[in-house]
Ligand binder design. Structure first.
Ligand code: PLP
Length: 376
């Protein structure tokens, strides 16, 4: 198998599994228990909190563990609305992940007003659109760091400045940026930032929400006193230990990430774009993650190409894994190129440092063969 779908999920690294194992086997106590067997496990959670905080330059006390980024995104939006009950307007973009978009759509049915900022053909935002969308009623701006389908990077620093100057809270879905770009929330006035472990080699089912000091936070899951009363539910200690270890490894690997992944991605991308007719890149060529390439193949439905690639053992996708079974065209490419069929014809390749040049060469041959056979 050649796996080129690392934006969908990543394997758990052996060091991560090793760190987690004792918490499945010998150290299985409840961290809230008052006897030693339980409460000593709390310190494992606190170590993980530090490790995850380090990945993004936060203070450990600014991190809340969650079950996934979908929960982190929902919890951040919920907290901002709770903090400003009279401000019933949110600004987001048309290309956010479904965990933001579908919550916003649900809020619309409850009378909230949502502005979905458009993007241009390259997937980029116009900051002037953000400026003019914010009103006295706006409680929150929710704009992602890196797009999961195209890898396009939003200008987070500039967004921070606009939000700060207009006095609105800013939530950033940084799921695809974590471990791939240097995130330092210490230098940025981001109020809420969402992460999920399974995109950087931790297991599925554990995420984190950064909440900047003095930013309002309300419990989204009501229950016990866990996570300083901000997220009820007995902590999944093994998974939390896993996201901590994975964050530590991702931080260490970060300086090498770009140099290792970019040449692989570029070889694949340039190989496709230069040797095949009627193919187009989706997303800005420069302002983009080093590992992601979204390409539309004119005249070919994404699913047909993916099936042939799968037969050759190549895993890629037609957009977000969360919507892969929905048969819908990519909402991200639709927002970029509304007048074309590109959204139905796109394939996302997302690589990792563990891919090899052989993977890329094999994939290149397979993509060409599959596309030629579909075009007849
Ligand atoms: N946000 C982005 C940008 C994502 O790519 C994903 C997962 O694909 C999520 C949020 C949701 O993450 P999770 O599966 O942990 O809920």
């Amino acid at each position: 198998m050649i796996y080129l779908d690392y934006n969908a999920t990543t394997p758990v690294l052996p060091e991560v599994l090793e760190a987690m194992m004792p918490y499945f086997t010998t150290e299985w106590g409840n961290p809230s228990s008052t006897y030693k067997f339980g409460y000593k496990i709390k310190s494992a959670i606190e170590t993980a909190r530090e490790q995850v905080a380090n990945l993004i330059g936060a203070h450990p006390m600014e991190m809340i563990f969650t079950s996934c980024a979908t929960e982190s995104n929902n919890a951040a939006i919920h907290a901002a609305l709770k903090a400003n009950p009279n401000k019933r307007h949110i600004v987001t973009s048309a290309v956010e992940h479904s965990s933001v978009l579908n919550y916003c759509m649900a809020l619309e049915t409850e009378g909230y007003r949502i502005t979905y900022l458009p993007v241009d053909r390259e997937g980029l935002l116009k900051l002037a659109d953000l400026e003019s969308a914010i009103t006295e009623e706006t409680s929150l701006v929710s704009l992602m760091w890196a797009n999961n389908e195209t890898g396009v990077l939003f200008p987070v620093k500039e967004i921070v400045e606009i939000c700060r100057s207009r006095g609105v809270l800013y939530h950033c879905d940084a799921v695809q940026a974590a471990g791939k770009v240097d995130i330092n929330v210490g230098n940025l006035s981001i109020n809420y930032l969402s992460l999920t472990g399974h995109k950087f080699h931790a297991p599925k089912g554990v995420g984190a929400l950064y909440v900047k000091r003095k930013t309002p936070m309300a419990s989204f899951i009501h229950g016990g006193h866990q996570e300083r009363n901000l997220r009820g539910g007995t902590e999944s200690v093994p998974l939390i230990v896993g996201i901590g270890k994975a964050a530590e490894l991702a931080r260490k690997h970060l300086p090498r990430y770009d140099d290792e992944v970019r040449p692989l991605r570029d070889t694949l991308e340039e190989g496709i774009l230069k040797s095949m007719a009627n193919v187009e890149l989706n997303g800005d060529k420069i302002q983009r993650l080093a590992n992601t390439s979204s390409i539309s193949f004119q005249g070919i439905e994404s699913e047909a190409l993916l099936i042939l690639l799968d037969k050759e053992g190549i895993c890629a996708s037609s957009g977000s894994a969360c919507l892969a079974d929905s048969d819908e065209p990519s909402h991200v490419v639709s927002a970029m190129k509304s007048q074309s069929a590109a959204s139905r014809q796109m394939v996302r390749f997302s690589l990792d440092a563990s891919n090899t040049t052989t993977d890329v060469q094999t994939a290149l041959v397979a993509v060409k063969r599959a596309a030629e056979s579909l075009r007849g």
